[in-house]
Design a protein around this ligand. Sequence first.
Ligand SMILES: [Zn+2]
Length: 240
Amino acid sequence: MATGVATTCALTHATPAGFIVHIPSRNQYVQIAEQIAASDVDVLFGGGLDHFSSTNGPCLPLLQKKMKVALTTEEFRKIKNPKKAAALLYPVHPPWATERSVSLKELTQKAIEILSRDKDGFFLMVEGSQIDWAGHQNDGTNVVSEVIDFDDAVGAGIDFAQNNGETLVIITADHETGGFALLGGSVENQTVDKTGFVHGGHTATMVPLFAFGPGSDVFHGILDNTDIGQTMIRFIQTSE
Ligand SMILES: [Zn+2]
């Protein structure tokens, strides 16, 4: 299968790295970059250029030997249907959604365009990374705009799956952050009157899990978060 990650954080950050590398600590960014550059992942879209080009472990040339690496939005938009592609669009993390020149939807669409050309199928992990960060800061305005940026990317995934008919889309979170509450607003106008938080850390609030496409009926009720990964592994190991 073709594989890829598309994120709104450095590619070396916990979630994208968790899908690609094995390492004792999430903070070993340079070593994480080295493992990512040495991996067989076909699509790598996000930030983190500094970790790939640091003097401690300059693994950018290794990555560039394998695939075109876009370092600017303009270069990213010029990527035309290669088998593999990377975009390291920021030194470390991208700014907030309202200031990003490339939306997560655009990254997702480009990733799907590249990966879906593999006749064996593909696995793509897309993360709206900064929803959590806005939660930590109790910043309701950025929670809302980050969720909208993520929701647009979900739409791109569902659009592809609806046409393709053979793709399972799973949407979930690793945890809730801040005890966030929406207090009034308009769905139609995408506005929120007021937001509230109970603190600045991760909470034990259960998170939504949505699934669309073949195999989606397995995901229902209350699940342990580790069941989701185990089920995905089972699907990949048993599907033809
Ligand atoms: Zn967090």
